[in-house]
Every structure is written in C-alpha cells, then in structure tokens.
Write a protein that binds this ligand. Structure first.
Ligand SMILES: [Fe+2]
Ligand SMILES: [Fe+2]
Length: 238
C-alpha cells in the first residue's frame, strides 16, 4: 500500500524488532524503486546518442540495486516479515517523474541529491543496528553503503560529462536543476569522507545549503532524512 510520505509512521526504536522491520522494509522499498530508476535511465534516455559506456554503467547500478533489494527482502523474512507487509510511500518515484524530460536534472536529483543523502545517514543506521544487537542487518547496510558510493560516483561522472558536452558549467547546472526540481532542502552534516570518494565537488552541495538557507530561513518539513536512496519528499534518504 502506498501512502503519502506525511502519513508514514516514524521509525525510531531499533531496539524493538518491529522498529528494525520498519526500517528494513522502508529500505527495501527504496531499493526496489532504485532498480526501476536505473532502468528508467536506460529506457527513457536511451535514444539520446549516448555512448555504450553509459548503458553499461547504469546496468551495473541496476544489478546492484537488485542485490540490495534481495538482501533486504531476505532479511525481512528471517525477521518474520516480508516486503509488502507494511505500507510504503511514493516520494522517490515522484522525484523521478518531475525530471522525466531532462537527463541532466534526473542525474542531479536522483544520484547526486537522493543517493548522496543515503551516504550521509547510513553510517548512523549501521551503528544503531549494531547497538540493537543486529549485526546481520548492519552488514547488509554496510554492503549497500559501499555500493552506493559507486552509484553516486557514476552519477557524477555522467552529470559532469554531459554538462560539459552541452557547454554547461557542471556546478552551475547542478544548482539550477536542484533549485528547480528538488522540493526539499539539503541537510547537513554531510558525510564528506564518503562524498569525496564519489568525485562530487563539495562546492556543489555546500553552496546550495547556503543558498537555500537564505531562501528558506526556517526550512519546514522538507529536510532530507533517511537512508540509502533518500526517500520521502521532505524526508529523503534511508
Ligand atoms: Fe541501493
Ligand atoms: Fe544506488
């Protein structure tokens, strides 16, 4: 069942099995969307005269997203649940719909804002799972975290390359597309250790926080929070 992001229950208590199931379920939903999003890049933008390497890269991402989903779905079953047992929300796919006409915008929002947000929040979730004596779930998140650094790197590589091919300044184009198509705010602190490995320049997102602060001095409910791919409009991540 899909519900509006604001109607989703909050997942706070990892000490209780139900809290961990809710977290893993939300992450599985994100990974399932991530499979579709990687294929959507291939299918929707596939006739744009892009090189073979573009398709190879996104097929590699799609395959890893499928592994992430499978790992989480199996873990849910070990914990006595299953994917589909809880409601989920459609925030991630909505972000994709908003950028269906513009590859540069899609790359800015999906890998470089939402998946990058996942890098910020995943280490804390891993720690909390370890503390809740659930090293198996923590190990799955660790695997996802490593792969997602690669996904953001692929996103930046193609964003940068396509901007330059079109005569656009990558940093300016990033600011422009995020400003137009991302309805949330970028929420520090950023995981610079992981982000630096992706090639995404800090100036891209750090300047945006400053710019957004002056636009939204009291950011309302749209701050990003969550995990691997960043979810809910307003609570991206997980
Ligand atoms: Fe993933
Ligand atoms: Fe990913």
């Amino acid at each position: 069942m899909l519900r509006p992001p604001r109607d989703m229950p909050r997942r706070r208590n990892f000490g209780a099995p139900a809290g961990r199931v809710a977290l893993l379920h939300a992450l599985a939903h994100i990974e399932l969307n991530a499979i579709d999003l990687a294929w959507d890049l291939v299918a929707r933008f596939g006739d744009s005269g892009l090189p073979r390497e573009f398709f190879d890269d996104w097929l590699g991402v799609a395959a890893e997203e499928a592994e992430h989903f499978a790992l989480l779905a199996s873990r849910l079953e070990v914990l006595g649940s299953a994917y589909g047992a809880l409601p989920a929300h459609d925030g991630l796919w909505e972000s994709a719909s908003a950028t269906a006409h513009d590859l540069i915008a899609r790359l800015a929002i999906v890998p470089l804002v939402l998946e990058a947000r996942g890098l910020d929040v995943t280490p804390e979730m891993m720690l909390r799972l370890e503390r809740a004596d659930d090293p198996e779930s923590a190990a799955i998140l660790a695997r996802i975290y490593r792969d997602e650094i690669g996904h953001v790197a692929v996103g930046w590589r193609w964003f940068d390359r396509l901007c330059r091919a079109r005569g656009l300044d990558p940093e300016a184009a990033f600011h422009d597309r995020v400003g137009r198509y991302f309805k949330g705010v970028l929420k520090p602190p950023f995981n610079s250790e992981a982000r630096d490995q992706t090639g995404l320049p800090a100036a891209c997102y750090e300047k945006l926080v400053v710019a957004q602060k002056s636009l939204h001095p009291n950011p309302p409910s749209l701050a990003v929070e969550g995990g691997t791919h960043a979810v809910r409009r307003g609570r991206v991540g997980a």
